[in-house]
Structure formats: structure tokens, C-alpha cells
Design a protein around this ligand. Structure first.
Ligand code: AMP
Ligand code: GLY
Length: 427
């Protein structure tokens, strides 16, 4: 098979690296890819922009590409799947209509309401005065969300009304562009978060193993939200019983309602969940693509060839596929640039990746590019240093030992990733 992977993050490097482990995969082309994908054997980067749908379609047709996997949400929300499908190409990723589940929080809330899916109570506003009046009636803590895509920065968990009002003012003042001209104000939920990434072809849904992300920049889950500073899989908080409830109460009703709305949804349905102190799963958000870094902690445990699963999903043949997993646990610790999620410097040489991999870790590259064929930093989240082990502790030991071998100027990582599942903490 020849496969295109759209995107340039840790998720896409992990997908490409996993695909290339299969003898069935002859070649992977990453658009535009990163420093990690550029150094993989049988893989090349193609410097197109992810919104150049026609150029991507032309390339795919000329090179007899069998499958196009879309990594990030932005091109999905712009309709890349619709555009490529109109050229008879096989695409993993929902259409523009389906991608609304992530691209409009108000739309996702309407779907959840129709499907009676458990989620935080909420209200949607396009008018600042009405939003403020509602805030006043609800009190704090409360959560303010820009409706549209805001690169993970559109959510404010406000502990005071003052913070909540400031978030409303910022959104309507245009901090998130048009994404913030509509806001969702939501009940504040407490509990433990979990990520369920499921493959679906619109009929069948196959959840991957559960994962837990660590959103905050600081140890002890403090400071601003990021794209995710580390993850592990499986997440023991998702017991087999809970997993069953998530299927019955959340995933299946979602697919059913999408179908009722005449959307054939093929790709990833990612449910970001809060497991409340009562033990009930509630949806915090849906995403239309693999979570990152969660997928970096999931793929190393996948036994079934990835290309088989994603092709079956894209072709509407997922019912014929079972997914099997390796035993054990996987831990991913993100090495970030100092300053992230705020501003940071880039272009610093990265050393020690080979040493880390020689120790048995897997290093997925996110914000890297090549300078003279050597990796340099080019983003906020730079690497996902990943370990597999028989237990969560052993997996984290491997990831943390490996990250100690890696150096770039300004390297920052959290030493407490996995604190909920580890017996001991890292040095
Ligand atoms: P999102 O971008 O929707 O994933 O939100 C980012 C983070 O904000 C989530 O991972 C949660 O930690 C937090 N969050 C979002 N919605 C709520 C909520 N209703 N209650 C409490 N925390 C929330
Ligand atoms: N790690 C969270 C996300 O991918 O949205």
C-alpha cells in the first residue's frame, strides 16, 4: 500500500512510524511532515500546505495512493475529505459535516442533547450582554468555551465570575477571531478525565484502548492548558464496566444520531470524558481526529496492523475487523520548548534521540525540522518520549530514563506524568 498522512505533529510521526512497521506498506508520504517523518525509511515529506486540496488530489492520483489519513482537525473542518472523495480517493477522516462535532461546540452540544448523551449543562450565546447575564445567574466556577476551533486555547475554566467575565469579553473582542463570536457557557465538572479514541465507519464503532492526557503545563496539574504534556494507556479509571457504559451511553448514540442527520462519519470519534466522583462518564468535548499525545501512548500497544484498520474504516468495512492489543502499558512524556504554551524560541539542535531509542524507548517527533539533516526544535511540543512496559511504572521508568538522555536548549518536561497510576514519582 501507498499511504499519504496529512499533518506535521507527533501524532502524524507516530502514525507514519506505525504504518511502516507493516510489510504491506510500501511507502508513506507525509504532507508536510516534520523532521521525524523526513528521517523515516520508505517515508518522504511533500511540502504542500494542508489546504491545497487540488494539489494533494493530483499527487494522490498520479502516484496511485491507496489511502489518505488526515491527522489534524483543521483540514477536516475545511472539507478536505469531501474534496478528496470527489476525486474517488479513499480518505480516513470525517467529511466537513461530520467534523462539526469538533469545529462547533454548539453543534456538538445540540447533537448530545438530541442523543441524550450525558454532558455538562450549557447554554450558547452570540450576544455578550446576554452571556454576562447568564453568568451572573449561574455563578462560579464555570466554563467558557469559544464555539469554533481555537487550537486548544478557546476554553477557560473560570474559578471566579471575574475570570469568567474576562473570558467572555476576550472572546467577543475577537481573541479567537470568528471562533469566539459564539460562546458556550458550561457547568463546571469535577472528576478524572479520560480520552476514548474510537474508530468508526459510521455504522460500526471500535474503541481503542483508553488513555489519559495531562493538559496543564505545570506539575500537579497546574498552570495554563496545553495541547497535552504526556499520556498513558490504558487508563485504569476506565474499568471494563465503565467502558461498556461509554459505548452504550455515548459512542453508539452519537453514531446513531450522526446517521439520522445523514452524516456518514468515517474516521476517529474522540470522546474527551470526565468521570464524575459518582463514577458517571460525561462528555467534555468531542474531537474528529486522534488525540495527541494520547495516540502516541496507544499505537505502541496496537497489535493489528494500523493500515488494515484505517483502510477498513475509510471503506465502511470496519465490522469485519477486530482490534487486538499487546499486553502491558505505554507512557508518553512530552519534551517541550521552555515558554510553551506561550512564546518560545526555536531552531535549537536536539541530541540524544538515538541514545534514548537504544535504551528501548520510542521517540516520536512533533515540533522538529531538519537543519543540515540534523533535528532541530521547531515547535512548542518537540518530542513524545514513549516507553512500553509490563506495568505503568515500568513504562514510565523507560520513558523517563530515555528523556534524561535527550537534550536541547530550553527542554522542559513534567516529571509527574502518570501520577495517578504510578507507585513512585520520577527524580
Ligand atoms: P477542551 O478544549 O474542551 O478539551 O477543554 C480543555 C480542558 O478544559 C479539558 O481537558 C478540561 O480539563 C477542561 N474543561 C473543559 N470543559 C470542562 C467542564 N465543563 N468542567 C471542568 N473542566 C472542563
Ligand atoms: N490531547 C488532547 C487533544 O488532542 O485534543
Amino acid at each position: 500500500m501507498k499511504i499519504i498522512v496529512i499533518g506535521s505533529g507527533g501524532r502524524e510521526h507516530a502514525i507514519a512510524k506505525t504504518l511502516l512497521q507493516s510489510p504491506q506498506v510500501q511507502q508513506v508520504v507525509c504532507i508536510p511532515g516534520n523532521g521525524g517523518t523526513a528521517r523515516l525509511k520508505r517515508c518522504e515529506n511533500l511540502p504542500l500546505k494542508i489546504d491545497q486540496f487540488q494539489a494533494i488530489a493530483d499527487y494522490a492520483k498520479t502516484h496511485a495512493i491507496d489511502l489518505i489519513i488526515v491527522g489534524p482537525e483543521a483540514p477536516l473542518a475545511l472539507g478536505i475529505t469531501d474534496a478528496l472523495q470527489s476525486h474517488n480517493l479513499t480518505v480516513f477522516g470525517p467529511t466537513q459535516a461530520g467534523a462539526q462535532i469538533e469545529a462547533s461546540k454548539a453543534w456538538a452540544k445540540a447533537l448530545m442533547s438530541e442523543a441524550s448523551i450525558p454532558t455538562a449543562a450549557s447554554a450558547v450565546f452570540t450576544d455578550e450582554t446576554a452571556a454576562r447575564a447568564y453568568l451572573q445567574s449561574q455563578g462560579a466556577p464555570i466554563v467558557i468555551k469559544a464555539d469554533g476551533l481555537a487550537s486548544g486555547k478557546g476554553v477557560t475554566v473560570a474559578m471566579t465570575l471575574e475570570e469568567a467575565n474576562a473570558a467572555i469579553a476576550e472572546a467577543f473582542a475577537g481573541k479567537f477571531g470568528s471562533a469566539g463570536q459564539k460562546v458556550v457557557i458550561e457547568e463546571y465538572l469535577t472528576g478524572q478525565e479520560a480520552s476514548i479514541l474510537a474508530l468508526t465507519d459510521g455504522e460500526t464503532i471500535r474503541p481503542l484502548i483508553s488513555a489519559q492526557d495531562h493538559k496543564r503545563i505545570g506539575e500537579g496539574d497546574t498552570g495554563p492548558n496545553t495541547g497535552g504534556m504526556g499520556a498513558y494507556a490504558p487508563a485504569p479509571v476506565v474499568t471494563p464496566e465503565l467502558s461498556d457504559r461509554i459505548n452504550q451511553e455515548i459512542l453508539l448514540p452519537t453514531i446513531k444520531t450522526l446517521k439520522k442527520w445523514e452524516i456518514t462519519y468515517r474516521g476517529v470519534l474522540y470522546a474527551g470524558l470526565m468521570i464524575t466522583p459518582e463514577g458517571d462518564p460525561k462528555v467534555i468535548e468531542f474531537n474528529c481526529r486522534f488525540g495527541d499525545p494520547e495516540i502516541q501512548a496507544i499505537l505502541p500497544l496496537l497489535e493489528t496492523p494500523l493500515e488494515t484498520l484505517l483502510l477498513a474504516t475509510a471503506q465502511g468495512k470496519l465490522a469485519q475487523q477486530e482490534i487486538t492489543w499487546k499486553p502491558g502499558a505505554c507512557a508518553c512524556v512530552v519534551a517541550a520548548s521552555d515558554g510553551y504554551p506561550g512564546s518560545f524560541e526555536q531552531g535549537f539542535p536536539i541530541t540524544g534521540i538515538e541514545v534514548a531509542e537504544a535504551q528501548g524507548a520510542i521517540v516520536f517527533e512533533a515540533g522538529t525540522s531538519l537543519n543540515d539533516n540534523r533535528p532541530v526544535t521547531s515547535g512548542g511540543r518537540v518530542l513524545g518520549v514513549t516507553g512500553v512496559g509490563a506495568t505503568h511504572d515500568l513504562a514510565f521508568d523507560k520513558a523517563y530514563q530515555a528523556i534524561a538522555s535527550i537534550y536541547f536548549q530550553g527542554l522542559y518536561y513534567r516529571r509527574d506524568i502518570g501520577h495517578r497510576v504510578r507507585q513512585k514519582q520520577s527524580q
